[in-house]
Write a protein that binds this ligand. Sequence first.
Ligand code: SUG
Length: 448
Amino acid sequence: MTEAVEVNFDGLVGHTHNFGGLSHGNIASATNKNQISSPKQAALEGLEKALTLRNMGLVQGVLPPHERPFLPALKRLGFSGSDKNILESAYSTSPQLVANVSASSNMWAANAATISPASDCNDKRLHATPANLHTMVHRAIEDGQTSRTLSRLLENNDYFEVHKPLPHHALTSDEGAANHNRMCAEYGHKGLEIFIYGRDGFENFDAKYPARQTRQTGEIISRFHGLDDAYTIHARQSKKAIEAGAFHNDVVAVTNKNLLFFHEYAFEDKDGLQNEIKQKAQNLFEPIFIEVLNRDVPIEDAIKSYLFNTQIVSSPNENGLMTIIAPMECAQNLNVKRYLEYLIAGNSPIGAVRFVDVRGSMRNGGGPACLRLRVVLTPEEISKLGGRMLLSDKLHSELVAWVEKHYRDELSPKDLGDFSLVEEGRAALDELTQIMHLGSDFYDFQRV
Ligand code: SUG
């Protein structure tokens, strides 16, 4: 491998994976509220999906889950005493509050950060900004641990810089790479960075569901990352898509290399966006646009099946053709299945589809693309990564054994008030810090 590659770092599903119904505007999360979950099955599904990509010849990584329930968040809300007291008094005051600090939502690594590869940044180092996830209470507690994870992974400052998350404020509300796309000729070449926002931070956004990302967020990150304005785009997601349940842009659009695959209703001004891409890409690559019309795949079907929350990958084994990694829900929806058959039979750059089973994640509104954070890296940069977060067959089997040992087969909402879940999580994460070489003070509970 001499060229830069796109490494997908998938979030490991946490041991508290549950259906809290916490995300207003995320239809799957609301629909499955309070159902019994299987943390073990969801984690194994995620690991299997990661292995599938690795077996396709792609470089694959994993990111460790966060500590949940997150007792430091409860302490900041005035609960005190022993850890057991903190959990039990918070639970008797508000089971909903405990559900919020117990979400395993950090598994959706696309929301962890925005990453700009070195080739796009003026100092020729890779830049990363952990997302503050300000809009949802259960997600707004992720950025501290995410910063620690990325600082461990990208610890070499000669090659990488991890910035501070943006301030926790509605003006700078940031959901990470779920609203960020990049287009390029080859991964290691200079690319176009496309930031998608749902609202201007200063406007009063009046809609059925919240817009989680602001225009200002993309502009601030572009400044910190040292991006060139001539190769950066800020475009607005359509209100129609948000109101249909596309709470992140990666629910209605996805890129790979020079391809933008999107739903007709994804953007407020799709023609303006395509023209800007064509104009700014002039010296870089020839863009290809695949627009899926609403009459072929109604937006409701796209959101239910997660047709656009697919990963489009260029694997070394596919002779230049791309493969679309789709959740199996896409094979179960007639319109979507028909569309995919048509897509791969035609002369688009996408030559094959592979279905993956990530049901546990899908039922909370997280498809294959939500589970991964894309990081473009050269072989030299790969050799500078910290921790043990690149998936090998050996690491995969160690992680599978770790999940089998520590995770419950079933979790119901009332289990979140049970202190033994805290103890089980700590034992598991303690062991994980050794497996993944994260250090013995990686999690808050290890620091006291
Ligand atoms: O933020 N679901 C996540 C899903 C995130 C999907 N990520 C991307 N599109 N990239 C969210 O809405 C549900 C948790 C619950 O209800 O228990 C949740 O947080």
